[in-house]
Ligand binder design. Structure first.
Ligand code: FE2
Length: 466
């Protein structure tokens, strides 16, 4: 098996080596070896997206620049199968690494497209209208992927009706089957949001004016509202002028814009300055003073590391990628306009997930990754939070084994269920671990051996019944 990408071994870029090194082969494997027992009630697919350069980068390479690759494991009747496939984006099919610049470079313009960097669809994956959609963090073309084969179906434009792009972390409301999406532009003081029906019809699209260009990473969705982020980490004026990816923290509040999912003017709520990569979940609560829109998210805190000279020109990248965040809850009263921020815990965690079938509805628990104590982004365990009390329980992987963003699959009729994650060890062996969330500290109920290494990556989803 060819596991080696043609990567310069002398590169100081830690995100091209070892646990992060790309895999070149597209593998399909049935009847995987199982240690333990896969719960019979698990029927569906666990999918995870991530950056996987399809050829050797010629210049400076940012971890975020790699071509999108999906890894999937399907469970049915106690057995498991695996596939991995590149996401066949427009830029991969028309030149891969050479098609467009990466974010260490000056951005480019291209006729008819509003993206300025290589659009890799490498960040996130959601399950909508029977297909997977691979999504990109700078907001790009969504790519529809077959949830049974991982073969790319098409660049998704919803019958030609999608006006622009869709960002990673757009949300699917499993109750209605709708996709609630957001889109942003690097150099324009605008954001966009919209809705696609369960059958793929664009049913709403709206432009939102902003005080300046913004770099949101996520959004919130409740049963009736969309929550957009206006965060103070922005491009400097010279970066915009010179089309460079240089960001700074502006002296301005964090704002959340809450607007009806069906359309309407946002009501803006101001909070103390912070950056947020990932929303845990959002929901609505009725109070004596009116409806509160509640958003739980991981609020960034300093990582406590110093830029490490061993990474050379990549030390700043490594420092930014050493994510550290704490769980917070923001309450926004739609009647009074008042906002309240509460800290759930002071422990560090990130990559939060909830039961994806309940995104936008109140959930009792969330599940986050916890970090190895090092500057590289390595997930050494998982933590389960009670979102009402802040109580938590942890699961650590064996020493030298690192996880991915998991998915949570609920047991029918219960608050608990199963956490599923890819793991990879320092020797290059990957597995899927299935935990029973009733006892987070227990050993996995099943470990599934995988036929190749799954590089550490970004976000995942669960597709029931596929
Ligand atoms: Fe993300």
């Amino acid at each position: 098996m060819n596991d080696m990408a043609p990567i310069n071994p002398n590169s100081k870029n830690p995100y091209l080596k070892g646990l992060y090194a790309p895999v070149m082969e597209e593998v399909s494997a049935d009847k995987l070896e199982i240690i333990g027992e896969i719960p019979r009630e698990l029927h569906g697919g666990y999918f995870r997206n991530g950056p996987n350069p399809s050829s050797s980068p010629k210049g400076m390479h940012h971890w975020f620049d790699g071509d999108g690759m999906l890894h999937g494991v399907w469970f049915e009747n106690g057995s498991a199968r695996y596939k991995n496939r590149f996401v066949q984006t427009h830029d991969l099919k028309t030149g891969g690494a050479d098609a467009m610049p990466g974010i260490f470079e000056r951005s480019a313009d291209r006729d008819g497209r509003t993206v300025h960097y290589r659009d890799t669809a490498n960040t996130d994956v959601v399950y909508h209208n029977g297909n997977l959609l691979a999504l990109w963090y700078i907001s790009g073309q969504p790519v529809a992927v077959d949830a049974h084969t991982l073969e790319t179906i098409r660049i998704e434009n919803f019958n030609g009706k999608l006006p622009r792009n869709i960002s990673a972390h757009s949300k699917v409301d499993a109750t209605t089957g709708e996709l609630v999406f957001f889109d942003y532009a690097l150099y324009e003081p605008k954001m966009w949001t919209g809705t696609v029906s369960a059958t793929g019809a664009l049913t709403h699209f709206q432009e939102i004016e902003l005080p300046g260009p913004r770099l949101p990473h996520d959004m919130g969705m409740t049963e009736n509202y969309t929550i957009l982020h206006d965060l103070p980490v922005i491009f400097s004026e010279s970066a915009i002028r010179n089309r460079l990816w240089q960001i700074h923290v502006a002296d301005q509040p964090t704002r959340f814009g809450v607007l009806p999912r069906k359309g309407g003017a946002p009501k803006w709520f101001e909070f103390p300055t912070c950056y947020i990569y990932h929303v845990i979940n959002a929901w609505e609560e009725e109070t004596p003073n009116g409806t509160e829109v509640v958003m739980a998210a991981c609020k960034m805190v300093p990582n406590g590391f110093s830029p490490d000279p061993q990474y050379g020109a990549y030390s700043a990248m490594a420092d930014v990628l050493a994510l550290r965040a704490q769980p917070f809850i923001w309450r926004m009263n739609m009647a009074t306009g008042e906002g309240r921020e509460e800290q759930l815990d002071d422990a560090v965690s990130e990559f939060p997930v909830v039961d994806s079938l309940k995104t936008g509805r109140k959930t009792k628990h969330s599940y986050h990754v916890v970090f190895d104590d090092c500057i590289e982004q390595r997930f050494s365990g998982l933590v389960k939070y009670n979102l009402e009390t802040g109580a938590s329980e942890r699961h650590y992987f064996p020493k030298g084994v690192f996880g991915s963003e998991p998915v949570f699959v609920a047991r029918e009729g219960g608050d608990d269920g199963f956490l599923i994650t890819f793991t990879t060890d320092l020797a290059g062996q990957s597995e899927v671990h299935i935990l029973d969330t009733e006892d987070m500290s227990a050993a996995p109920v099943a470990r599934v051996k995988l036929p190749q290494r799954v590089p550490l990556g970004f976000h995942g989803t669960w597709a029931p019944g596929v």
